[in-house]
Ligand binder design. Sequence first.
Ligand code: CAA
Length: 394
Amino acid sequence: MSEISKVGIEKIGLYIPKYYVDLVDLAEKRGVDPNKWTIGIGQEKMSVIEESEDIVTMAANAANKILTEEDKKAISQVVFATESSIDFSKSAASQVHRLLSINKFAKSYEVKQACYSATAALLNAYNHVKLNPEEKVLILSSDIASYGANSGGEVTQGAGAIAVLVSNKAEILELSGKSLALTYDCYDFWRPSYREYPLVDGKLSTDTYINMFKENLEGFMEKYEDSEDSLQAFLFHLPFTKMGKKALVASKEDLGEKYGKQIDQWLDKYEDSTRLTRQVGNLYTGSLYLALISQMIYGDLEAGQEIGLFSYGSGAVSEIFTGYLAENYRDHIDVEDIKDSLNTRKEMSLDYYDEEYFKPKYIENQDREISLGEDVEGFYLEKIEDGKRYYNHR
Ligand code: CAA
């Protein structure tokens, strides 16, 4: 492990919405064999939001779990990664900045490149903190993955937010500085500004993901020859839990001669990193970081071990980077809170889901007072007036 610098992830917070849809029940309602969804795709439940939730409330609730007053003074940037943006101009970061009373000299902005953008923010934050070791950067990933009722992508929906605090006190993951990105220009998944839901070419999207992983991996291993034997596990952006495995299996077929032994080891550790996604669904920008949390909770990796991370955002950009697990990294995640959030969730009725959930959220005028559920807590959306969103806390 590098002795000179400990720049990387100091804290990580997860917000999971209170409601979920059971995918076995939904498969039956849709006339699909549930095994296709639970085994073929690898999903059991998907998180869905309430009317009083949006990307701002989810991000604020995730960050509120981890930030101290000292952190709020040291943060110099609040970066909001999302592909569920609610405004073409004003960034959701400025709202979270106010809700959490982060110091006024922090800059706040939103970034976009499908599910990849949080990784761009993380690696930029790494460079920034290397140059400015007293400063911290808060990265918020918050998304509502929705494809619409009866759509091909319905089983791969989800919602939630992850807050990552980057500093020179990497208590969870010290970033190694090793990274290699890759860009293709393609339409595998896209959402033009007039669309409520994305358009997706499912086959192209899975093929592009797999091909970019293979090409990115080969390039990365050539660039950093010392990584060939050091990466103990690989974490993936997980639109659904089978996706990373498909990329590993395909890579073994093509690159097995060179990296077969390592790929077998990554396959061995893979399931631990997918357990939360199986229960929550696709978090889009936060998905890779949900895999990190899952690996921390359910995995058996040791401090000091180097892990690889594969970030993928349709359109398409991918990046492989690595980091070293910090000493006692498990002590820096609130396992009880995460398990409690999962265990106390309530099931959304399929009638409500079909009749109400897919009412337009983005394209039509949304001005309204929000009717609050009894158990709403934390930050919530109170009303929308003239397109302005008003938030509150309880
Ligand atoms: N029992 C067990 N398995 C079954 C089964 C059954 N009864 N019936 C089918 N299956 C298996 C199939 O054999 C297949 O397995 P393999 O992938 O191992 O071959 C698997 O279930 C899925 O079957 P299909 O490919 O036929 O599934 P589909 O046509 O319904 O499409 C999908 C799946 C493309 C993922 C679709 O849900 C979709 O479009 N999702 C949204 C896009 C997406 O997530 N793409 C992923 C890459 S893009 C990305 O990563 C960015 C992002 O976050 C969106």
